[in-house]
Design a protein around this ligand. Structure first.
Ligand code: C5P
Length: 254
């Protein structure tokens, strides 16, 4: 076997590993048993999202469950409260070993910077890596009219840019946004910002309630660091195959 061949294989392996770490599987289910079923079906996935429904139903045990499979947890509970309360929740999440955590940027700069300090301190105490704190900008369900009704006078995109800017100023390292805002944020902040995006639909999957969708390859090329994918994989007839298909599409795109 030529030495080079081995080299190429190594590179391919690394690329494959990195690609898998760009996909976050949304555990959008009601119970621990359903979550465990998905974890069993997707041994190749690396990061799983525990969201509000599952976390409220089953609690922090869900973080433990995902970690017991050796995977990373993206805890998407969009914290939004006074700085002291949010900082306390962040500390608790860090102790549970989450790798990524969301909070609302509209909670303000103090809330975000106190959250960041709490994450750093608690991780250091526990000897863990500081989790990636991500700011939620504008929920994908809100349109211009909805924003106006709650007193936000600017267009969604302007609002996303403003909130993402405040998030970075407060020490956060990234944001959650629609795939259609990736370019805007990359133009403004280059690689200083980590971007996570939902609204991902492979061409072979149905859109369901997702409106402004993009394929995994498109989102990757536009500059998404991570993409959250739920139903196209977890509700597929064969989730493992659906996951492998997305990975293949991403590989072809890089
Ligand atoms: O649509 P899918 O099942 O792939 O959802 C993955 C994630 O995208 C969900 O966990 C939710 O956070 C987000 N989502 C969204 N807008 C919707 C539906 C879901 O941002 N209309």
């Amino acid at each position: 076997i030529p030495a080079q061949w081995k080299g190429i294989q190594m590179t391919e392996k690394i690329a494959l590993k990195e690609i898998k770490e760009k996909i976050i599987i949304a555990l959008d289910v009601k119970s621990q048993s359903e979550a465990a079923k998905i974890l069993e079906l997707l041994p190749e996935a690396r990061i799983f999202k525990v969201g509000l429904e599952l976390f409220t139903a089953e609690g922090p045990g869900m973080i433990e469950l995902v970690r017991s499979y050796g995977h990373q947890v993206f805890l998407d509970i969009k914290l939004h409260d006074i700085p002291n309360t949010v900082a306390g929740a962040v500390r608790a999440a860090v102790r549970q070993g989450v790798s990524m955590l969301t909070l609302h940027t509209s909670g303000g700069k103090e809330m975000m910077s106190r959250a960041m300090d709490a994450a750093r301190e608690e991780a250091e105490k526990a000897g863990l890596r500081t989790p990636l704190l991500l700011g939620v900008t504008v929920l994908t369900s809100l349109k211009e009219k909805d924003l106006e009704e709650i007193g936000f006078r600017s267009e969604p995109q302007t609002q996303v840019l403003r909130l993402a800017g405040r998030a970075l100023q407060s020490g956060l390292k990234g944001v959650v946004c629609s795939p259609h805002e990736i370019e805007l944020l990359r133009r403004e902040h280059g690689t200083d910002i980590k971007i996570i995006t939902p609204g991902i639909r492979p061409v072979w999957a149905e859109a369901q309630d997702q409106k402004r969708i993009m394929t995994p390859a498109e989102a990757l090329v536009k500059g998404a660091d991570y993409m959250v994918i739920g139903r196209p994989i977890i509700q597929a007839a064969n989730p493992e195959e659906a996951f492998a298909r997305v990975v293949k599409e991403l590989e072809a795109a890089v």
